[in-house]
Design a protein. Sequence first.
Length: 356
Amino acid sequence: MMSRQAFLCSLGSLYLSLLFVFLLMDVYARPANNSALKEKPADSKDENEILPPDHLNGVKMEMDGHLNKEFHQEVFLGKEMEEFEEDSEPRKNRKKLMVIFSKVDINNDRKIGAKEMQRWIMEKTDEHFQEAVEENKMHFRAVDPDGDGHVSWDEYKIKFLASKGFNEKEIAEKIKNNEELKIDEETQEVLDNLKDRWYQADNPPPDLLLNEEEFLSFLHPEHSRGMLKFMVKEIIRDLDQDGDKKLTLSEFISLPVGTVENQQAQDIDDDWVKDRRKEFEEVIDANHDGIVTMEELEEYMDPMNEYNALNEAKQMIAVADENQNHHLELEEILKYSEYFTGSKLMDYARNVHEEF
């Protein structure tokens, strides 16, 4: 039988062995610090300000191929989206929604038709466009330090790496002297993708210098037909499994890489597939032949396509049109407020008549 002293000694050895293993695991789990130029960013919230945004307001699909879950709110509320918060007082949100209803109802017949909704959608989409233009001016000034109205790839690269925590002066010096930059693999992959986008945004004749308009196309491809085509190619490249540069339904609804671990995750995946199947069959596949071409996806992605805006208006009306008159009354919009604004208005029926 083991003595108490021997047992404690054995336990201590086991503890030290486990501690050593955990320390090794911690070391190997951390990303390698491959750059002597890396320094902790002073303000992480500005880290991605000069990156093309993952999310484009008023565009039906994200740049990674995921559906834009907030699209309906974006094209119905425009810049007023932030005013409809989940914790806002329902009565205030109700009044805001009533004001919007009166603006959409341009003929003042107390109901909204498809043409009125189409006009409103185009107007709100244009608001998002103008907001992107204003933001672009600020970002362009940030990456154009000499103020000559043009940004070179190297100038952007320096600012981008500085925003990721690298020392700006040292990076600039190394680029100037054509010295090797010790950049981690993940950051280098992002840079390579950005460089492809940079070339696409560089209008003929190509000079690898972007002016303010070209820089807008770089950050916001929805503003440029050429960049819209590039974004579509990127999405199809990511989803196309057989390399025919078209999308079948099965390719479009393929689940993201990963395993379903529990019922909750399974439910999320089921909803994801359901939403994508519906969008593919009813909207994107315009001729309903079971195949989505680049042209069809491009038309779907174009936020200023008037035909798409009319279709979207009809779909939005159909969601809440309880009396089936192909128009929306105020009561219907208030009842389905969560669809239009992301905010659920409680007790709408009790208050609507006294307020309207």
